[in-house]
Design a protein around this ligand. Structure first.
Ligand SMILES: Cc1cc2nc3c(=O)[nH]c(=O)nc-3n(C[C@H](O)[C@H](O)[C@H](O)COP(=O)(O)OP(=O)(O)OC[C@H]3O[C@@H](n4cnc5c(N)ncnc54)[C@H](O)[C@@H]3O)c2cc1C
Length: 394
């Protein structure tokens, strides 16, 4: 039985992150966005609170919190600005949580601990110019050397916080003929010879975040930096996505909530034809849709959190939550923009345009909406079992 009530500790956390967003993120969000400024003071604040390692056990420098708490943090941070929830997704959901599951004790001490403490930022490098949804199409290679080390070559693109990360979890082929079974995972450390990064300019949104490229030219990587066995990279990436997508879905609740709150406030204040626009049924239709989508998205996120808290694999439930919540967030932002009329179209008169632009990316990353629809349909049709056989429970 899923109990939806929050514990006292979760309620206190919610209050704290909510206050952090109100005091530190929202007052500077418009300026950070307009100046394409990655605000490292906000990142340092999140690190100080331990949120960048909130679900990592204290032994490895984290807070050891549960997944409902992670969802709370993601939602409140995205209500401020999705740029910082994006960091939580790549640093913690996609990278650190994968190290926790698949890293050796030595790797956890060396890489995970500083990440959980927020001393080193971490990125997740799967996508390439010619390989997005089709992960197995990647052409990055990891050539094994006679001494057991590797040489990595290739180009990763559209990587969150690539230029700021000290540790990059990179996927490359150790056996280019073996399709997805030939992919392996490595931690690359900033400063390694032949490793360079650069930011991608002129993005549609997420202007206060960093999104970049990773270039690897014969980068020497010691065997100790390989995560899991050779050929296990695809499995590691898919597991990582189950956690990353969870944070994306939870974050989307923050966008829906912000759009709903702004829309309600504006609809009760703006008058046309002698009454508040909130009295017009077409406006009520948009508000009602936001309410329904917020509630249904939250239920899907909490269902996934409940499964995760029990250590159960939840690929199917996370996919549903991510698909529905991110589409709902974009729809809420679009409707909020409509409700605000010309003020919604202005950077100076409302924050809605920022939510609208930022809500577009999550429909593309961590599995496009089409990929999630395909996953759900194939599962329903019996062509694949998204949560795997029972012995594969994560
Ligand atoms: C802001 C941003 C941040 C990102 N951050 C990261 C990151 O940190 N790390 C990382 O590794 N990647 C990251 N990505 C990359 C992202 O994960 C990919 O863009 C995504 O997986 C889709 O790949 P693609 O863009 O190459 O599109 P493609 O895979 O080329 O797809 C193009 C279109 O075809 C559709 N399509 C593809 N295959 C099918 C199919 N089988 N059935 C139906 N439709 C299909 C897609 O839905 C899409 O509409 C980021 C992207 C963005 C925009």
């Amino acid at each position: 039985m899923i109990d939806l009530s929050l514990t006292d500790a979760q309620l206190a956390l919610q209050k704290k992150v909510c206050a952090f967003a109100d005091e530190h993120i929202l007052p500077v969000a418009a300026a950070n966005d307009a100046h394409h400024h990655v605000d490292e003071k906000i990142i340092a604040g999140m690190a100080r609170e331990g949120w960048l390692g909130c679900t990592i056990p204290p032994t490895y420098g984290g807070l050891g919190l549960d997944y409902v708490s992670l969802a709370i943090i993601a939602e409140e941070i995205e209500r401020g600005d999705a740029a910082f929830r994006t960091l939580l997704s790549v640093h913690l959901g996609l990278n650190s949580m994968a190290l926790l599951k698949f890293g050796t004790e030595a790797q956890k001490q060396k890489f995970l601990k500083p990440q959980a403490q927020g001393q080193t930022l971490a990125a997740f490098c799967l996508t390439e110019p010619d390989a997005g949804s089709d992960v197995a199409a990647m052409t990055s290679t990891a050539a094994r050397q006679p001494d057991g080390s590797y040489r990595l070559s290739g180009h990763k693109r559209w990587i969150g916080y690539a230029t700021m990360a000290g540790h990059l979890l990179v996927f490359a082929k150790t056996d280019p003929r073996a399709g997805h079974r030939g992919i392996s995972a490595f931690v690359l450390e900033r400063g390694m010879a032949g490793l360079t990064t650069r930011d991608i300019p002129h993005k549609l949104g997420l202007w206060a975040s960093s999104t970049g490229e990773v270039f690897m030219e014969n980068v020497p990587v010691p065997a100790e930096n390989r995560i899991g066995a050779e050929g296990h990279g695809f499995k590691i990436a898919m597991h990582a996505l189950d956690n990353g997508r969870f944070t994306v879905a939870a974050g989307a609740l923050g966008t829906i909530r912000a759009c709903l709150e702004h829309s309600v406030a504006y609809a009760r204040q703006r008058k046309t034809f002698g009454q508040e626009i909130g009295r017009h049924q077409f406006v009520q239709d948009m508000i009602a849709k936001m309410v329904l989508n917020l509630e249904t998205s939250r239920l899907l996120v909490l269902q996934a959190a409940w499964l995760k808290n029990q250590g159960r694999r939840d690929t199917r439930e996370v996919s549903l939550a991510k698909w529905h919540a991110t589409e709902s967030a974009f729809s809420a932002a679009n409707d909020a923009l409509q409700i605000h009329g010309n003020k919604g179209f202005s950077h100076d008169e409302s924050p809605i345009g920022r939510y609208f632009r930022n809500a577009r990316a999550p429909i593309i990353y961590e599995g496009t909406t089409q990929i999630h629809k395909m996953m759900q349909a194939e599962h329903a049709l019996g062509y694949r079992a998204l949560n795997g056989p029972p012995e594969m429970v994560s």
